[in-house]
Ligand binder design. Structure first.
Ligand code: FES
Length: 168
């Protein structure tokens, strides 16, 4: 006979620890899964969205191009519609973000009759040149961001947003 017998007290404490551990892990696993789920999702960064805008119809005058994409925001999936200001610069297609770099209002090409050939932000009279460069002396402190652009089957496809690479 062995002297390593488990006492009634030890048996009870092992049982309570086992059951308690099982219950705790049952509660914690969903929380851990909930917290790390966004990390496990495949990133959409790098994807291009094909718009309804024919590249052949672009000119040197910026036009607003709307596009819709599926956004994975943490554990929610939603359809998001966004805009870009798109125009031709020589042979190159330029697509600028409409989001003002001051406080995030939406800029409009020639939005003010006083400032033709510029993007205008109505919130605090921010202004940008056609290449997205902010006009000195107006509230925005940086140029409009710029989309990567491709042409797919004749249509403008917009990629990830990058810091403006037209403005040096
Ligand atoms: S948000 Fe555009 S100028 Fe202030």
């Amino acid at each position: 006979m062995s002297n390593n017998r488990v006492s009634r007290r030890q048996f009870l404490s092992y049982t309570i620890m086992g059951v308690g551990g099982f219950m705790a892990s049952s509660m914690l696993m969903p929380m851990v899964r909930f917290a790390v789920d966004p990390v496990l999702q495949v990133s959409a960064d790098g994807d291009y969205v094909v718009t309804d805008q024919l590249a052949s119809e672009l000119s040197e005058v910026p036009i607003r191009v709307s596009f819709t994409y599926t956004q994975e925001d943490a554990w929610y999936t939603s359809e998001v519609t966004n805009d870009a200001w798109v125009y031709l610069e020589g042979e190159e297609i330029v697509a600028l973000s409409p989001v003002c770099k001051h406080l995030g209002c939406t800029v409009t090409w020639e939005g003010s009759a006083d400032f033709p050939e510029q993007f205008f932000c109505p919130c605090h009279a921010g202004r940008y040149y056609k290449n997205g460069e902010n006009v000195a002396g107006t509230p925005p402190l940086g140029p409009l961001d710029q989309f990567l652009v491709e042409v797919r089957d004749g249509y403008v496809a917009l990629g990830p947003l990058r810091p403006n690479f037209l403005v040096s």
